[in-house]
Write a protein that binds this ligand. Structure first.
Ligand SMILES: Nc1ncnc2c1ncn2[C@@H]1O[C@H](COP(=O)(O)OP(=O)(O)O)[C@@H](O)[C@H]1O
Ligand SMILES: [Mg+2]
Length: 457
């Protein structure tokens, strides 16, 4: 950012007020007309000054949300304006590092020396300047690359309950993707889970070209929100330098929950099943920042927690409308030790037709048809009541179960890529065609449009 830009953001120096009230993490300051989004410092008797962000005003006081706990704050403490907008220090040395929501190293090594600055809250690129998404990105997970292929610059939701393999899947993506840089935001997890992810799922191989941004569940809501912005800003920085970036945000639900805390603290009404409107205003703002620009791309995967299998949970519902695809991880599959637990028939990449060739699409459609046929007769098949010959598609699906599972299941150590996944699928299609009509060699299924079953699209 140049000097002129920076000067525009300078506020009259010396703006100061006093603390009049606190509720939870919210502080009301009198005589302090600072704008929403600006950062203030509050002097206190014990400990250093406390940083807080202006989140609104009510009556004659300005409301601030603290970045850390309020111990030591008392009535009458001085509140001083520090700055009206935030920047973030960025640069190549971030690769391989673990940082907090404000860019400080938390991996026990020295603070990286960063020469560049970027705006913390950036506007999404203008829709007209966004090139079409036309190249597939290898996620390294065969089921995704083969059956819900994602393009460079696409935004996808991973919908799952807890313990069905999100972290393991994200770790595999980070290790096996062909993206140049990976930025991972871990929002609202417990400290132990963060360690486990970095040590076990990411490992040294995944860390090398990754930047991990962490805000654990015990950090204030605003800090958890900042972690998502920081990760996105770092991804933008690398995209501006021509890189293809993979952004993994785990989880978007906890980001929404954090904004819910802020909204309620600022006095918003909880209009949608306990969520204030600002949550649904903030989600598209964040998600729209990913995507492709003439310089590079940010392909983003956002995890969404769906507990109790309620697909109409308001956050899941809102997110589905914002993204260009969704991947469901199924507890039923995980329970059968079928990993990654991708529920193919419930998952869909809206951009798959744009980034794949005919042969691949036909093969994917065939595999989906066979899976659907199998699922529709699953009850009969499992009790042995299905009679061979009743339905050719079901016969073939039963016969090829082993082949289908060999494609969909993948060991954690099993590296995969887009072209590999495509070739395996096309090979599968040829085998299926031969089995169905050995004489003609005609492929089952036509170039059927790729559509997920159910009402979750
Ligand atoms: N691809 C996989 N292969 C084998 N086991 C897996 C796989 N993915 C997940 N698991 C098992 O499921 C457990 C929970 O996975 P995890 O990714 O931590 O879940 P989540 O992040 O969704 O809570 C893991 O500890 C592991 O035992
Ligand atoms: Mg996890």
């Amino acid at each position: 950012m140049d000097l002129v830009e920076q000067v525009k953001h300078v506020m009259p120096a010396g703006l100061a007020g006093t603390v009049s009230r606190t509720v939870g993490m919210t502080i009301a300051a009198d005589g302090f007309p600072a704008p929403v989004g600006s950062i203030a410092r509050i002097d206190r008797e014990t400990g250093g000054p406390l940083e807080a962000e202006v989140i609104g005003f009510r009556d004659r006081s300005t409301l601030l949300y603290a970045f850390s706990d309020l111990a030591g704050i008392r009535h009458g403490n001085r509140v001083r304006l520090q700055r009206t907008s935030r920047w973030l220090r960025v640069g190549e040395p971030l690769l391989g590092r673990v940082i907090d929501a404000h860019g400080n190293a938390i991996d026990g090594r020295a603070q990286p020396s960063l020469s560049d600055r970027t705006a913390f809250h950036r506007q999404a690129p203008h829709p007209c300047t966004r090139p079409r998404i036309d190249t597939p990105l290898s996620t390294g997970i065969r089921a995704i690359d083969g059956l819900m292929t994602c393009g460079r610059g696409q935004r996808v939701g991973i919908f799952a309950g807890s313990g069905v393999g999100k972290s393991v899947a994200l770790g595999m993506m980070a290790r096996y993707t062909d993206a140049d840089v990976i930025v991972i935001a871990l929002i609202g997890e417990r400290g132990r889970e963060v360690n486990e992810f970095i040590e076990r799922d990411l490992g040294p191989a995944g860390r090398k070209k990754s930047v991990v941004v962490v805000a654990t569940s015990n950090e204030p809501a605003l800090v958890r929100i900042h972690a998502a912005s920081t990760a996105t800003a770092i991804a933008e920085y690398f995209r501006d330098r021509g890189k293809n970036v993979l952004l993994l945000v785990d989880s978007l639900t906890r980001f929404a929950l954090a904004q819910r805390e802020i909204g309620l603290a600022a006095g918003e009404p909880p209009t949608t099943r306990g969520y204030p409107p600002s949550v649904f205003a903030l989600l598209p703002k964040l998600v729209e920042r990913a995507g492709r620009t003439p310089e590079g791309s940010i392909t983003a995967f956002y995890t969404v927690l769906v507990e109790g299998d309620d697909p109409n949970e308001p956050v899941a519902d809102a997110v589905r409308g914002l993204l260009d695809g969704h991947i469901w991880l199924s507890r039923k599959l995980a329970a059968k030790n079928h990993y990654p637990a991708v529920d193919v028939l419930e998952s869909l990449s809206r951009l798959m037709p744009e980034v794949t060739d005919d042969a691949h699409r036909r093969a994917a459609a065939t595999l989906r048809e066979l899976m659907a046929a199998h699922r529709d007769h699953e009850d009969l098949i499992s009790i042995g009541a299905y009679r061979k010959g009743a339905n050719p598609a079901v016969d073939l699906a039963v016969e090829m179960q082993t082949e289908i599972n060999a494609i969909l299941r993948q060991q954690v150590e099993d590296r995969s890529g887009y072209s590999q996944a495509r070739d395996i699928l096309v090979q599968f299609h040829q085998t299926a065609a031969q089995k169905l009509s050995p004489s003609s060699g005609a492929a089952p299924g036509g170039p059927a449009p790729q559509r997920a079953k159910g009402n979750r699209s």
